[in-house]
Design a binder for this molecule. Structure first.
Ligand SMILES: Nc1ncnc2c1ncn2[C@@H]1O[C@H](COP(=O)(O)OP(=O)(O)OP(=O)(O)O)[C@@H](O)[C@H]1O
Length: 682
């Protein structure tokens, strides 16, 4: 910020400051403020007049719309800030909080210990192991004040530090502030207790976005000829109201440069601040036993549920059989009796008994009906999934069909055919029933031919499927979807965790406070990534163990390379979570974005159904989405044993790397254009 020569010797100089949140209300209306060094400046004004807004702009938490702010402080360490709201991590103890902020300000542990002991005593704080959330409101505010005083800053900005304190403690705080100014410090303080501000060296009376007065309490009262600050303020307010009624032209709102408050250590990355953030994240994680257990249990539960609930063929489906070929129904079926070749003259049994055996082998719950009408009525009433019907003399007709083949009359051919009626309202079960009945019938015919020593191939379609090049002879849906499930979890579990952590910190104003302490976006996200990287590694290991160790999913590739690609997806998920955190200010919004994108990716990226089957327009853009190519690469690695250097796998890796870059880019654009932000205030 620029200033002139007169600004030398001043700790804070605000010139022609304008700020508004909405066009309807101007909060700072060309405000000028001067705070000389080594003084206490008491900023007073009615509730809602803009005191907090002004302080937020001074500490760099927000930016003016127009005007300038100059600080004598050149580094963040020289600035101490106590916001109006608590803005502290509730799940940290007093000591952990002080240690965290101490490290943020580059202090050594011995120094932090010494200052913490002194402040805990001075501010009468409870034992340092107590969590902030378990403190009373007053104790929380005192902890907040301790954080502002911890690093012994040259410039202290305190937003209502004495609210809710008993008068004795309040007085001792004021005494301490006076003492600090005698030792070269400067203090700016807001308070609702106007008379309390008598101890300030300068008073700024703020109203309707400007300062009505800026002078020492004594001269302020003397000039108005009153003996209380309250009365002086009242008089000035009345005068301002009178003058503003006379003003005819509304003032234009200026548009122009608004450089941010920049302090020397506002560098993009400082290892000490990064370390402090990592430490804080670990403290928080350590405290959340149940949450951590949940985070690690989630992939196990997801993978187990997926493998046990999805993709398995339904068993014991009720299926009807009507056989007019057995006069007394299946009661006549005696397994020892119907062995042998049905072409033999001694063969006197219904072959449909054998067919029933094959249906049972296909895990159908076979129900016998004596009439076709009754059976079909049961299909109609959803009691059975279908019915198969055998004509009278089916055994004889089948025997003739095998024996005579090309000399068969139409009637016998017709009699040797079974008819089936199937409920196809449920596509998956219907197809599965059809498939099982067909397979059962093929097995049955093979069995019959074998008993008669006739080569089975004679009655087969002229096509043989040899051992598959990749995959198993009977592919399962789970084999297709297992990789999709892995990819989805690897991407979304970190997304959920990152987005929720960011929004928690954002909503509590925590990010804003640590930002004032100098923490940058890269340090904050970097520290999150480090902690979450470990979480992600464990989650992905657990997912792989359950998916391939406990369940029979195809895995002929290299576990290490699959693991690497999964973790890349995890990084993609983390950066997507950061983007959600930057773009959304509430959990609701984040939940909607997360859920909507999840569903969209499942459909677009070929996770629930092969991309090859999608609409051609969708198919042509599907590859662009984050999970499509990477999942295809992973599928090739697990089911086909492709190495990391296989072109398709490399395409998948490149795709997620590009997406990570894109997420970072969008975050940066959102922050720079202030459309989204990693803090709530703007
Ligand atoms: N994020 C925001 N969006 C819109 N309006 C806001 C926002 N923050 C504050 N305001 C409005 O700006 C005005 C000034 O608020 P500010 O918190 O700066 O006042 P204050 O003087 O500190 O009040 P108090 O003494 O009650 O803390 C208020 O009318 C408030 O409603």
């Amino acid at each position: 910020m620029t200033g002139n020569q007169d600004d030398k010797g001043h700790a804070v100089v605000v010139r022609n400051a304008y700020k508004r949140y909405t066009k309807q209300q101007t909060i700072l209306d060309g405000l000028d403020l001067t705070l000389p060094k080594n003084k206490i400046y008491g900023l007073l004004g009615p509730s809602g007049c803009g005191k907090t807004t002004l302080l937020s702009c001074i500490v760099g938490r927000m930016r003016l719309d127009y005007g300038s702010i100059k600080l004598s402080a050149t580094t963040r360490r020289e600035l101490g800030y106590m916001p109006q709201d608590l803005n502290l991590h509730l799940r940290l103890s007093i000591w952990e909080t002080l240690k965290f902020y101490g490290y943020l300000f580059g202090m050594e542990i011995d120094e932090i210990r010494k200052r913490a002991d002194e402040l805990i005593k001075f501010l009468q704080l409870p034992p340092e192991g107590r969590m902030v959330q378990d403190l009373s409101g007053g104790q929380q505010r005192r902890t907040s004040l301790a954080v502002a005083l911890l690093h012994n800053p040259d410039l202290l900005i305190l937003d209502e530090p004495t609210v809710g304190l008993d008068p004795v403690l309040s007085k001792s705080i004021w005494d301490r502030l006076v003492e600090m100014t005698e030792n070269g410090k400067t203090v700016m303080i807001t308070t609702h207790y106007i008379e309390e501000a008598r101890q300030a060296h300068i008073i700024g009376l703020m109203r309707e976005g400007v300062l009505l007065a800026e002078e020492s309490p004594a001269s302020l009262m003397a000039r108005r000829n009153v003996d209380s600050l309250e009365t002086a303020f009242l008089q000035l307010s009345q005068l301002q109201e009178h003058n503003s009624k006379k003003a005819i032209e509304p003032k234009a709102y200026p548009i122009g440069p608004r450089p941010p408050v920049t302090l020397a250590d506002n560098t993009w990355f400082l290892p000490s601040r990064f370390k402090a953030q990592v430490m804080k994240n670990l403290y928080l994680l350590k405290r959340e036993h149940i949450f951590v257990a949940f985070v690690f249990l989630l992939p196990i539960v997801q993978m187990t549920l997926f493998n046990t609930a999805i993709g398995q063929d339904p068993k014991n489906l009720p299926f009807g059989v009507v056989s007019y070929d057995t006069p007394n129904g299946f009661a006549d079926c005696r397994p020892d009796a119907y062995h042998g070749c049905l072409l033999d003259s001694s063969y006197n049994y219904s072959i449909t008994c054998k067919y029933r055996e094959h249906l049972l082998k296909k895990d159908f719950a076979v129900k016998e009906f004596r009439s076709l009408e009754e059976a079909r009525s049961n299909v109609w009433h959803n009691n059975i999934w279908g019915v198969i019907f055998f004509n009278q003399n089916f055994t004889k007709a089948l025997g003739e069909r095998i024996d005579k083949r090309n000399r068969l009359d139409d009637e016998t051919l017709e009699m040797s055919i079974m008819d089936a009626w199937i409920d196809l309202s449920n596509q998956y079960i219907g197809n599965m029933v059809k498939h099982s009945v067909t397979l059962g019938t093929i097995d049955f015919v093979h069995d019959v031919l074998k008993d008669c020593n006739i080569t089975q191939k004679l009655f087969d379609t002229p096509l043989t499927y040899e051992t598959p090049v990749y995959g198993s002879m009977i592919p399962k849906f789970t084999h297709f979807a297992s990789v999709a499930m892995l990819a989805l979890c690897a991407f979304y579990l970190p997304t959920i965790l990152t987005a929720s952590l960011m929004i928690t910190e954002k909503m509590g104003g925590l990010i804003e406070r640590i930002m004032v302490a100098g923490v940058t976006f890269s340090e904050m996200t970097g520290s999150m990534l480090v902690v979450q990287f470990v979480v992600m590694l464990i989650q992905n290991i657990l997912s792989l163990i359950v998916m391939y160790g406990f369940f029979d999913n195809p895995m002929i590739g290299n576990y290490a390379t699959v693991f690497i690609v999964l973790n890349l997806l995890g990084f993609g998920g983390m950066f997507f979570g950061i983007l959600i955190g930057v773009g959304c200010n509430t959990y609701y919004m984040a939940a909607y974005v997360g859920t909507a994108s999840n569903l969209m990716l499942v459909f677009i990226c070929g996770l629930a159904w092969p991309v090859e089957g999608a609409h051609y327009l969708l198919k042509s853009v599907s590859w662009m989405f984050p999970l499509t190519l990477t999942t295809q690469g992973l599928r090739g690695m697990t089911a086909r044993g492709w190495p990391l250097m296989h072109p398709t796998v490399l395409e998948g890796v490149a795709s997620i790397v590009v997406w990570i870059g894109l997420f970072v880019l969008i975050c940066i654009v959102l922050i720079k254009t202030e459309k989204g932000s990693w803090v709530s205030a703007k």
